[in-house]
Design a protein. Structure first.
Length: 307
């Protein structure tokens, strides 16, 4: 056998994504390049690693065993690289984060300078809904998670980064002659929700329940960006985090509608398992956050205070 580390990395990504197309996207390669490397890797084994049924790629039992071995090999190679950097006095290793989808407007600003100062660190960040983010944290698959609402069934430690404000928003042609939106108004217009498992959806539903509002029409979309575009197009109204609306508010594409009980205010928190033994990289990042979060908020998020 004469397989390469590159082939192992590609095969491992294919087993994780169950898709050559998705693997190519995540590895920043072309689909044909990934397909060729998979074929070259497969040619070294007499037993199939994958199979395609109805256009869906499946990993065989043998392929799963090879994927486990590939992960061990790649981990060992990474460990050698990290140890080499450590001997040179360079902070190195992998920082793993899981971030709720709206948190993608927040966390990059708290990472940018840290990553620039420590170019030996490899960042692995998954952006997903709250349910999947908490699951990855419970399974100890990540160092930190970023959420706006704390789960109540897991022992955690946390660091508050900044406030999270949610407002009722509508498209630019919304009639704002009435200074406050009534409950009856919200029962007569389409309301746009995030998908199940989203903290934003949970907050919006709790707000509507508190004021006894039953929407005339419910529209459910699977991302903050999809909800935003639907509001801009005039498809309906939604309760959305302010953090993701800066450009749209500045351009006048959406407007904030005053409503009783709004904004809803929570906090963006970096959370981790209580008692977790942190890696040097994770500990360094947490220390960086403690030392710099106020200056980061002032530099990048001071506009929020005007709402």
């Amino acid at each position: 056998m004469n397989f390469t580390l590159h082939q192992l990395q590609i095969f491992l990504k294919i087993t994780q994504t169950k898709s050559i197309t998705k693997a190519a996207e995540e590895l920043f390669l072309t689909q044909p390049a990934v397909s060729i490397q998979l074929k070259n890797f497969q040619d070294q084994f007499d037993i199939p690693l994958t199979e395609v049924i109805g256009r869906q790629l499946y990993v065989t039992d043998f392929g799963k065993e090879i994927a486990l071995a590939a992960q061990k090999i790649i981990d060992e190679v990474n460990a050698v690289n990290y140890k080499t950097m450590a001997y040179k006095g360079i902070l190195s290793g992998k920082l793993k984060l899981s971030v709720v989808s709206t948190g993608k407007y927040v966390i990059p600003y708290f990472l940018a300078d840290f990553m620039k100062m420590n170019n030996g660190i490899e960042l692995e960040m998954d952006v997903n809904n709250k349910t999947k983010v908490i699951k990855s944290l419970k399974n100890n698959e990540v160092d930190f998670a970023l959420v706006s609402i704390l789960p109540d069934d897991i022992a955690l430690e946390s660091e508050v980064l900044m406030e999270n404000k949610l407002f009722l928003v509508g498209h630019k042609n919304t009639n704002l002659e009435n200074l406050a939106v009534s409950s009856s108004f919200l029962t007569q217009v389409p309301l746009i929700f995030r998908e199940d498992g989203s903290a934003t959806k949970n907050s919006m539903e709790s707000y509507l329940k508190r004021y006894g509002i039953s929407p005339k029409m419910r529209i459910q979309l699977t991302s903050n960006e999809a909800v935003k575009q639907a509001v801009i197009a005039g498809l309906g109204y939604s309760v959305m985090p302010l953090i993701g609306l800066k450009n749209e508010l500045e351009k006048g594409d959406v407007v904030i509608l005053p409503a009783e009980g709004l904004p809803l205010v929570t906090n963006w928190r970096l959370i981790w398992l209580k008692g977790k033994a942190m890696s040097p990289v994770a500990a360094a990042f947490l220390q960086y956050i403690n030392n710099n979060k106020e200056s980061i908020k002032l530099a990048s998020f001071s506009w929020i205070d005007s709402y």
